[in-house]
Design a binder for this molecule. Sequence first.
Ligand SMILES: *[C@@H]1O[C@H](CO)[C@@H](O)[C@H](O)[C@H]1NC(C)=O
Ligand SMILES: *[C@@H]1O[C@H](CO)[C@@H](O)[C@H](O)[C@H]1NC(C)=O
Ligand SMILES: *[C@@H]1O[C@H](CO)[C@@H](O)[C@H](O)[C@H]1NC(C)=O
Ligand SMILES: *[C@@H]1O[C@H](CO)[C@@H](O)[C@H](O)[C@H]1NC(C)=O
Length: 422
Amino acid sequence: MYLAAVVCVLAFSRATLALDNGLMRTPPMGWLAWERYRCDIDCENDPKNCISENLFRDMADRLAEDGWRELGYVYINIDDCWSSHQRDKNGQLQADPKRFPGGIPKLARYLHDRGLKLGIYGDMGTLTCGGYPGTPMDKIDIDAKTFAAWEVDMLKYDGCYSNATEQEQGYPLMSKALNATGRPIAYSCSWPAYQGGLPPKVNYTQLGEICNLWRNYGDIQDSWSSVLTISDWFFENQDVLQPAAGPGRWNDPDMLVIGDFGLSLDQSRSQMALWAIMAAPLFMSNDLRTLDSRARAILQNKAAISINQDPMGVQGRRLLKEKSGIDVFWRPLSGNTSALVFFSRRDDMPYRYQTSLATLKYTSGSYQIYDVFAERVMPTLKASTDFVVSVNPTGVVMWYVSSPAGEKHWTPTSNALPNHFL
Ligand SMILES: *[C@@H]1O[C@H](CO)[C@@H](O)[C@H](O)[C@H]1NC(C)=O
Ligand SMILES: *[C@@H]1O[C@H](CO)[C@@H](O)[C@H](O)[C@H]1NC(C)=O
Ligand SMILES: *[C@@H]1O[C@H](CO)[C@@H](O)[C@H](O)[C@H]1NC(C)=O
Ligand SMILES: *[C@@H]1O[C@H](CO)[C@@H](O)[C@H](O)[C@H]1NC(C)=O
């Protein structure tokens, strides 16, 4: 009964409430400009890639036309460097008039017409990280009202140029101000990322009450070492972070860099698998206009997305960190199902890792396994039977595991996805 018992403990230990705006009951999915496009404002020389309404419209077209929206990727999020260096004569933020000639309201309409949502960026200091006007304490109300009037759907509130005292006041104040607008606006807080270290100086219970998601750690970069450093930090601190997450309130290890330049095919699968286990927001930061088919297949993998989006919303954990360099991760899913990830830190060759479901604390019985990236139903597996998975260097094998009680959901002889994913 170990597995069922753990599910119950995880499921019922969440006495705390999520931010009460009804949003993001599963981790948000979409696209975010920062990692790939940064503060490129040189539209004269780099018109396809500069931070401008054209870039966000291009990405919106791709989300709407290339099958992303139907899979749940609906947010198009602006990051830093969108605004003019000056507020307007009424003291309101305004978009850079050259790069956003239609202004933010027109861009929001363009997205809404396509069934998408718009995210915008602000900063609780005097300036944003990129040096644009910030939203310090005395500007919180006016900026929240402006974002609502523009029909923005999400705010990422960064923390450059503010100190800990101001953050302690400002992050809750912005939450109240957004609520007071009457428009449901999802709220992403960078607060913990500025508080450093663990045990956290930030109160995660409070965070869950005021924010829908929060960046816990530094920015992701387009490299495997960055992805690995971030995921190691999250799993090393899982005792603190894991219970903080749940429907409406998510830890955010930052963007997916799949489809950029830094990750191999195996490393791309590893990022997708680990972000699914972590119940992480899936914000891609890549060029959807030129994405290659292998990156697309990983990002559009229905089983991986379904695991990420499980309605129970329980974040997964690392179960084992083996001397061999294999880590095993587990996430409980609704309907008595679960996900397992076998990850290799090795740099030599595919490693044949031998274990059994019983060793991984599954109760006795037969299980149906779906191999997420091989897209294949495996033969029925008894908990007591040893099996071997071959895990590539810096790669993963990811399984969706149905419990004995869930067998009726399967047609084990077919290679079709289990009903759970349809
Ligand atoms: C504002 O907060 C109240 C109480 O928590 C909640 O019922 C309401 O739905 C919230 N409104 C918005 C727009 O977030
Ligand atoms: C934080 O900034 C505020 C406003 O600039 C200032 O009054 C306060 O002394 C600062 N607090 C700390 C701890 O530095
Ligand atoms: C953390 O926040 C919660 C909810 O706001 C509060 O009840 C609790 O007392 C806080 N814990 C600490 C240590 O401040
Ligand atoms: C989950 O497992 C428990 C205990 O094994 C069982 O009582 C329950 O009916 C199962 N639920 C589903 C949805 O299969």
